[in-house]
Design a protein around this ligand. Sequence first.
Ligand code: UDP
Ligand code: MG
Length: 314
Amino acid sequence: MHNKLYVVIPCYNEEEVLAETSKRLKEKFLSLVSSGMIHPDSRVVFVNDGSKDRTWEIIKALHEEDALFCGINLSKNRGHQNALLAGLMTVKEDADLVISMDADLQDDIDAMDEMIGKYLKGIDIVYGVRSSRRKDSFFKKVTAEGFYRLMNVMGANTVFNHADYRLMSKRALEGLSEFQEVNLFLRGIVPMIGYPMDMVYYERGERFAGESKYPFLKMLSFAVEGITSLSTKPIRMITFLGFFIFLVSIGMLIYSVVRHFMGATIVGWTTLMVSVWAIGGLILLSLGVVGEYIGKIYLETKARPRYIVEEFLK
Ligand code: UDP
Ligand code: MG
């Protein structure tokens, strides 16, 4: 049976929620095991991301109490994405399937049944997508949805309203491990892996206890991080802008010369106007061209896999 499940949960200062989260997960695991959906040796893995509170002590205690719970302790706070990746890569060998979720129970754990059901039917990646944000504050809703739109406009293609609640099969994890880039933005990389995928919709609850570790500014810097680590589209935008200004400068050239011959200008105005526009346009255009090459170098240094073979009939 290939259904040993590992649930990976990054935790940063989550002492207030771990007791409840572990209790709920244990119930869920018992029911999943008894219905035969997952292997009895399945595990919950908490990744402590350099918490400053008692998070790691609690994880250690849970582990001693019950073999269901495992823990990974990072040497310092490396951020949610890195903590999650650390967990995924650590369990890759042992697990047949992995579900990643947050510690705060905002991701509805009852959606797991449906996710695993899809996995058992042969789907490799199942995205948990929020069906509504009724429980988020207006501000959080507007900024969070703006986040996904901005990302897509800037060329970072992500699944709309999907955070990191997702199921991945072993071979999808192996595909992920081929991406060696340091600036790894999981939500953007996972769709690049390929393989059959599907979605499960769930209602996102309120944070069970404690505060969000993603205040507005952190979310904004996360978006910038995502865009710059996934796409070079901002550079392309500079090139287009340069080209546009250059076109305007030609228009200005014609306009200024016409004005000059109509005698409606003071001495020196024409040369000044033409040079300001032409030089500005040329500089921007050249900057864009140089940027295009830097973008290429950037993508080369990431050394992304060029393909992943799914099957080879010999
Ligand atoms: N998290 C982490 N490292 C960090 C920040 C957050 O591991 O530096 C974890 C956090 O413990 C939680 C998950 O990432 O399990 C999502 O954080 P949070 O719930 O605060 O984000 P929100 O749901 O408000 O967007
Ligand atoms: Mg949360």
